[in-house]
Design a protein around this ligand. Structure first.
Ligand code: ARG
Length: 417
């Protein structure tokens, strides 16, 4: 009996060729596993194609609910944004796909998993490292990384063997999508001076052509998790799908950046993440109201760490568990509703309320009804300023010391030729 490999199968050219390559070059029986994380596709056709090419089994699994509950929303609660512009859609999908590959490998008695990543990106790292964490005994095969055939060479290779590969027109772009967002790279985007052409976008209307009238949506959160839109409770998958639609129509969630890949190169990336950005901005607005100042400060200082960890393929680590435990604890009182205005590419919080709000009208108001103790402020300032005053008297303003000066604004400005 031949040894078995479970291949993450998308139905595209790379992984279609990979089915036959794994058989011919490596002697594997191939179980093709197609995972649905919300990437709209004709899953039946994909399944059939895998069998036609020669897989011994073709499986389709729905990972949408797991993806939202255990990957996307936890990243949202952590406020994870990579290098200021990327909400990590592709990056959080990979560990789940790895987990599902490993699970199927166990069910099927396979000794290896395989994926269609090249040797130049982050995704290979995420798949490989996640697999090593979950199942150190499994082999990992990456056909594209190994055979290094170009698109044309793969089509020729498949043609010579009668492998029915998809006959879709070659797109110059490389894209990846799931519920949390869509990633677009390569083609003319490799020139960072070129503005992204409108044709690359699939989920968002150009803010130039989006409606002139704003749309408002009320997003309900329970312990940091989004649970409702406009007072209708719904499951996370439906919520994200619906919001992708609504926010996408208003052109929300496009980002264009040059990003640092883990493997050491900079690359130009375009993202569309309408629901993710809307939820991110809403969640942030609710945290401003429900977390104390030091909680916000410490939590914000961990955001970058959390984003890097996701980006760098370290989902299944103890470090992540530790950070996630902290984040989860911070979300205890992040419950309430945020009113978001969707308009011309922006999702802005224009209202927020929470039964656990730390904002108090009676304390904040300048009107009558003010319950703030103004005399206490005076006393507080005396104590707060005491060491400042003492140091000024004894040292900074002492005889012989230079008094405070604002200085010369041009000083220190070295002019370039
Ligand atoms: N640069 C992004 C990341 O590393 C997106 C990768 C997109 N993947 C793709 N196969 N097009 O997360």
């Amino acid at each position: 009996m031949a040894k078995k490999v479970v291949l993450a199968y998308s139905g595209g050219l790379d992984t279609s060729v990979a089915i036959r390559w794994l058989q011919e070059e490596r002697g594997y029986d191939v179980v093709a596993l197609t995972i649905d994380l919300g990437n709209e596709k004709d899953l039946r056709t994909v399944e059939e194609r895998a069998m036609q090419i020669g897989a011994v089994k073709a499986l389709v699994r729905d990972g949408k609910q797991l993806f939202v509950d255990f990957f996307a929303f936890p990243a949202l609660m952590a406020g994870a944004v990579y290098e200021g512009s990327y909400l990590l859609a592709t990056a959080i999908g990979r560990p789940l796909i790895a987990k599902m590959l490993v699970d199927v490998a166990r069910e099927e008695g396979a000794t290896a998993i395989a994926h269609g990543c090249t040797g130049k990106g982050n995704d290979q790292v995420r798949f490989d490292v996640s697999t090593k964490a979950l199942a150190p005994d499994l082999e990992i095969v990456a056909p594209v990384r190994e055979h290094r055939m170009s698109r044309e060479e793969q089509i020729e290779w498949a043609g010579a063997r009668g492998v029915p590969v998809p006959a879709t027109k070659a797109s110059p772009y490389s894209t990846d999508e799931n519920l949390w967002g869509r990633s677009i790279e390569a083609g003319m985007l490799e020139d960072p001076w070129e503005a992204p052409p409108e044709e690359i976008y699939a989920w968002t209307t150009s803010p130039r052509r989006s409606p002139d009238t704003p749309r408002e949506v009320e997003i309900g959160f329970l312990h940091g998790r989004p649970i409702s839109l406009d007072d209708h409770e719904m499951d996370g998958v439906t919520l994200v799908q619906t919001l992708n639609q609504w926010a996408g129509e208003h052109g929300i969630g496009r980002t264009d950046m040059v990003e640092d890949r883990l493997i050491g190169i900079k690359s130009r990336e375009i993202y569309e993440a309408p629901a993710a950005w809307t939820l991110h901005n809403a969640h942030e607005a609710l945290e401003q109201m429900t977390l104390s100042k030091p909680q916000l400060r410490v939590k914000n200082s961990l955001r970058q760490e959390y984003a890097d960890l996701i980006y760098n393929g370290l989902w299944f680590t103890a470090h992540h568990q530790d950070l996630a435990a902290y984040v989860q604890s911070t979300q205890r009182f992040v419950t309430g509703t945020v009113r978001m205005r969707l308009h011309k590419g922006q999702a802005v919080a224009v209202g927020r309320k929470s039964p656990r709000s730390l904002y108090s009208y009676a304390l904040a108001t300048y009107d009558r009804g003010d319950q703030y103790d103004h005399n206490a402020a005076l006393g507080f300032i005396n104590i707060w300023g005491l060491p400042v005053q003492q140091q000024a008297r004894q040292q900074l303003l002492a005889e012989g010391e230079a008094p405070f000066q604002l200085g010369n604004p041009d000083e220190g400005n070295t002019k370039e030729a």
